[in-house]
Design a protein around this ligand. Structure first.
Ligand SMILES: [Zn+2]
Length: 314
């Protein structure tokens, strides 16, 4: 698995020293967030005027014409945060630079916050990742799909289809014609039933895309979404995992399972989608490691607030 791993062919990331030089002070983080939100110029949401005065002590911008005030973080994932922006940016840095994500215990240690604070912050950032990728175009062209469960494969061959207490999800990898992975989507489903797959295909796969599956009967339902289906019957067990048409989807699933096992002891089914979306987000930007901090901050600036009550609802 390792040598083939798409996650290893990364450009080099942002060093901690580089990160500190760019986002080490509150003023730098404010300037960065301002540029991400209003890079094309500040516009008053009340009157449309384009000039404002900054109230430095509170990160507020006051319209020069109508005096309407807009908070730097208002309406974003950072909405009226009590934490310094430097803490948020440091969390963004750690969550984007480590390939398997980071446990809230470890994140808390790096941020110097309490664990529940780090947990909530991490989930808000993962929600921004999820929202950003959900807004991207449907997967198209050649797409490898596979059924999987969060919690890992059963040891000794047979995959845990129908495994009780595990969260079923679909792994879909858009590949180039020569089968190199391009984009990944990981989606929690209620089960591997035709109705579920049809719903997912209509939402996530472009019409006329070529869906390559292992022949599990539910995948035939992708044709109801206008896709072509290519079932490849390859048997099961380690043989199937090495079989060429599924190389990438299997490699990716292996990486996710390794990362989850190494980082988290338990992922609540309620939050499984957010964890999976964060893996896919990182995978989809694996060649842009050096700009990931800005990319996630950008997503945060464009994602609506996710207060605690929404985060815990799953
Ligand atoms: Zn105004």
């Amino acid at each position: 698995m390792g040598a083939e791993s798409g996650l290893r062919r990364r450009v080099s990331g942002l060093s901690e020293a580089e990160f500190r030089a760019r986002f080490g002070s509150e003023a730098q983080c404010r300037a960065a967030l301002f540029a991400l939100r209003w890079g094309k110029g500040w516009v008053c949401p009340a009157c449309g005027h384009s000039r404002c005065a900054e109230l430095k002590t509170r990160a507020l911008y006051s319209c020069n014409r109508c005096k309407h005030q807009v908070g730097l973080t208002a309406g974003t994932v950072f909405h009226w945060t009590k934490l310094p922006l430097t803490t948020w940016f440091l969390a963004i840095y750690h969550l984007t630079q480590s390939k398997g994500g980071m446990s809230s215990v470890e994140l808390a240690r790096r941020l110097g916050t309490r664990q529940p604070t780090a947990w909530l912050l991490k989930h808000k950032l993962m929600a921004a990742m999820e929202a950003r990728d959900a807004g991207k175009p449907k997967l198209a062209g050649r797409v490898e799909v596979d059924d999987a469960y969060l919690g890992g494969a059963r040891p000794g061959g047979k995959r845990g289809r129908g495994a009780a207490g595990k969260t079923p999800f679909v792994a879909a990898v858009e590949t180039t014609a020569d089968r190199k992975p391009r984009r990944l989507r990981l989606t929690v489903v209620k089960g591997f039933r035709k109705k579920e797959i049809e719903k997912l295909a209509k939402r996530d796969f472009a019409v006329d895309s070529n869906i390559v599956s292992d022949g599990l009967s539910c995948w035939a339902a992708v044709t109801a979404a206008g896709c072509d289906h290519f079932p490849m019957i390859a048997g099961s067990g380690p043989q199937a995992a090495r079989w060429a048409p599924f190389k990438w989807v299997n490699t990716t699933l292996g990486n996710i399972k390794t990362a989850l096992a190494g980082t988290y002891h338990h992922v609540s089914p309620k939050h499984a989608q957010r964890y999976l979306a964060s893996f896919a987000w990182r995978f989809n930007r694996r060649f842009q490691l050096d700009t990931m901090t800005e990319r996630l901050a950008y997503a945060c600036a464009r994602t609506t607030p996710h207060p605690y009550r929404i985060i815990i609802a799953g």
